[in-house]
Design a protein around this ligand. Sequence first.
Ligand code: GLU
Length: 310
Amino acid sequence: MTALADPRRFDLDALRERLLDERDGEVDTSIPQLATADPALCAIALVLPDGSIRSSVQADAPFSVQSAVKPFLFALALLDTDGEALDRVGIEPTGESFDALKLESGTGRPPNPMVNAGALLTASLVEGADASARSARIARGLAAFAGRDLDVDEDVAHNEHLLGDRNHALAHLMRAEGTLHATADDAVEVYARACATLVDAETLAVMGATLACGGVNPRTGDRVIPERVARDVVSVMATCGVYDGSGRWMRAVGVPAKSSVSGAIVLSAPGRLGAAVVSPPLDAQGTSVRGRLAIEALSDELGLHAFAAH
Ligand code: GLU
């Protein structure tokens, strides 16, 4: 067995340099702000349970969090509904793309909180009488996970609300099934705004570390969610976080994660660390190509695979 590396000494800049040679993947083109992302952006950050941070260059470069927000929306919905969100959304992997126009057969619920239907629903379940109150609640919740206030890219929020035709279709489908109670337009607005939240690799790693530390932010020491909620969220990240690539991800990487179209991946290795990688070129499942390679390397070299007999 090869000796494992110490995360405190891991050379993230050397790993990043190796990744820059990788040129595969396509930048998402769903909205102009994503289509013009710099394909050369590549950053990695790790946050350990003692709150220490290790990061590569560009770990302070901002990007919209996109679907990497979904675990945190699920957490806030579980918290605000006292667990009732678990009756309103399934937790089974779909084997389908992130925005497939499909609900759980028999119940009409979204299949899981990591695909768009599920996140449209969880964003509608957080506390708040209307869309702007729910968005404000989400902003406060995300700030607690991050340990700082986060801005929203208003152009991204606007365009995703305007151009997200499949998200509008999914919201209407859930309305027709009686599983979404907010109006379809409000649900899309709140979800689009959450996706447009600006983070950087370091901040997203703190958010992942908060889940990995059982719901306590290791930087601020604040309990953000109960331990049981963190466990539920990380479990569903493990089975559904990489969409129709979740099985391959679990086999190769063995660490719960959530991918996103901005090229970010948030990682949560319970009791070990939180991490984030961002690099915009994506594979066919919408996972960052360099992000996957970076996290495979971290998993191998730090011994993070949940099913390896280290
Ligand atoms: N905001 C994106 C959408 O709803 C998120 C998808 C993703 O990041 O995978 O289309």
